[in-house]
Design a binder for this molecule. Structure first.
Ligand SMILES: [Zn+2]
Length: 504
């Protein structure tokens, strides 16, 4: 067998005697080739009738395909016969299957739910992709408008009725959904399904927060961020340990990130905010980095919230924010009191220390407002320079102010910049999430992966679009291919390959 391109020999055997099975182990890298050419040369001393060649293809021990090369019929004695077949890879779905297979048995892939949405919003749930070619058949045959990826179940989802009681989700990537509509309380440029480059900054900051937190506090390494096609970003945590998390554990991790919990009321949970800060005290000495999630929130607040989003422009706005923060402070106190009631004595003591100096008094709030309303500054913020003056005062307070001042300022920063995350998506293993490279039905944009190093430069407006791809727009075609390559190189290839050079 040769590599179709370049002719490199992948295997060669010369002692194939009759009546004996020859087992060929192909290296795993064969799956990444564009095609292979296989030549069989044979001769017979005697005339042969009804001669045929059957090829069985196994993947990890399981028969996935049988090819029968017809009947030769009669083989003339003492002649050399050669037979060449070229097998071209169906490159379209190799990456998707390679991802969902991980380094597991084929069975793992077969227990994974694939949900296809057909034209007319018909959901076809509990489908299975058995192999690359099977996925190809499913997709070209059914032509779904969307593919959702579900959990890996205890048994094949398409055979769940055989053991309805034992059918349950076992594994699944830990997923996060960041959606611009959850930021409506803080973005002023757009609302609902609209999005512009200005409010997309909230999305990329959210992605940075997840990347930072998941890597540094939870030790996860294999994160896949995907642009959702219109106004959001999905995050897939694909480490083996993440896939094996129970629902409770998922809720805990999602809870860690859920500091601004209720998007509609902008509920800022005091205890969680405090906990997040304590985490950063271990890593940083700069108060701004400690107080703004490793410094990630600060640039968004400093450079964009004031002037670009138009927040805190006038004393009226400041009073509005003040009222909101004050309402939250009251809620925090109620939460603290009610939680204390239910705590054991020992835990209560710990909890009390934990909440010490929470932003829970009116006086704390006044620090923040006093900074923004300093008499030396104009009552109405007229331009970027006015905002910069306020920022430099805030910065000075964060570096050298009293704990109360810092507390109140960073609480305001969290309010305006911290991601709002839809916890429901992360909490359960059986949640379906759109596969990367789907097409968003409304925008026609491809849901392309977003590599962390491109968060700041990612231009969601210029991602490839379906009508341009079909129309043969070279820029979009090249762009699409680049995203597929990036997905392979920077995501799939990042997984440790236990048996890279071994035969499979
Ligand atoms: Zn916007």
């Amino acid at each position: 067998m040769y590599d179709f391109k370049g002719g490199k020999i992948l295997y060669e055997i010369n002692d194939w005697m009759d009546g004996r099975d020859v087992v060929i182990h192909l290296p795993k890298k064969v799956l990444k080739l564009d095609g292979v050419s296989r030549e069989i040369a044979f001769r017979s001393e005697k005339p042969m009738k009804d001669f045929k060649i059957v090829q069985n293809v196994y993947l990890k021990g399981e028969l996935i395909e049988t090819w029968e090369f017809g009947h030769v019929g009669f083989v003339i004695p003492h002649t050399m016969n050669t037979w060449e077949t070229v097998v071209l890879a169906d490159k379209g779905h190799v990456e998707l299957i390679e991802w969902l297979q991980y380094d597991e048995d084929t069975d793992y892939l077969h227990r994974r739910e694939i949900c296809l949405t057909l034209d007319g919003d018909i959901f076809v749930r509990y489908r299975v992709f058995e192999s690359i070619s099977h996925a190809s058949k499913e997709l070209t045959g059914k032509r779904p408008i969307k593919i959702d990826i579900g959990p890996v179940y205890s048994i094949r989802p398409d055979q769940r009725l055989k053991d309805a009681d034992g059918f349950r989700p076992i594994e699944r990537e830990l997923v996060f959904d960041i959606d611009a509509t959850d930021f409506d309380i803080v973005r002023t440029c757009c609302s609902k399904t609209d999005m512009c480059p200005r409010c997309f900054r909230f999305m990329t900051t959210a992605a940075k927060i997840l990347e930072y937190g998941l890597k540094n506090y939870f030790g996860f390494n294999h994160l896949l961020f995907v642009f959702s096609g219109r106004r959001g970003i999905h995050c897939w945590v694909c480490d083996e340990a993440a896939r094996k998390l129970s629902d409770r554990e998922r809720q805990s991790i999602a809870g860690f990130f859920n500091i601004c919990s209720d998007s509609s009321a902008s509920g800022l949970s005091g205890p969680k905010l405090r906990a997040a800060t304590q985490h950063h005290q271990v890593t940083y000495s700069d108060p701004i980095q400690i107080c703004t999630f490793g410094g990630l929130l600060w640039p968004l607040f400093r450079d964009y919230v004031g002037v670009e989003q138009g927040w805190l422009l006038s004393s009226h706005d400041i009073a509005m924010v003040g009222a909101e923060l004050s309402r939250q402070a009251e809620e925090d106190e109620i939460e603290v009191k009610s939680r204390k009631k239910h705590k054991e004595e020992e835990e209560e003591e710990q909890y009390h220390a934990y909440n010490y100096s929470m932003f829970s008094k009116e006086s704390h709030l006044s620090h923040f407002l006093a900074v923004l309303n300093a008499p030396s500054l104009s009552a109405v913020l007229n331009d970027a320079d006015d905002w910069k003056k306020r920022i430099s005062i805030l910065e000075g307070k964060l570096r050298a102010g009293s704990p109360e001042e810092c507390e109140s300022i960073f609480k305001a920063i969290y309010h305006f910049t911290y991601p709002r995350i839809d916890i429901g998506v992360s909490a359960h293993r059986n949640h379906l999430l759109k596969a990367p490279f789907c097409i968003h039905p409304k925008t026609g944009k491809v849901c392309v992966p977003m590599m962390p190093k491109t968060f700041d430069t990612f231009d969601f407006e210029s991602v490839p679009q379906i009508h341009r791809l079909i129309g043969g727009n070279q820029e979009d075609i090249d762009g699409f291919e680049a995203y597929v390559k990036q997905f392979q190189k920077e995501f799939l290839d990042s997984f440790p390959k236990k048996d890279e050079d071994e035969d499979e």
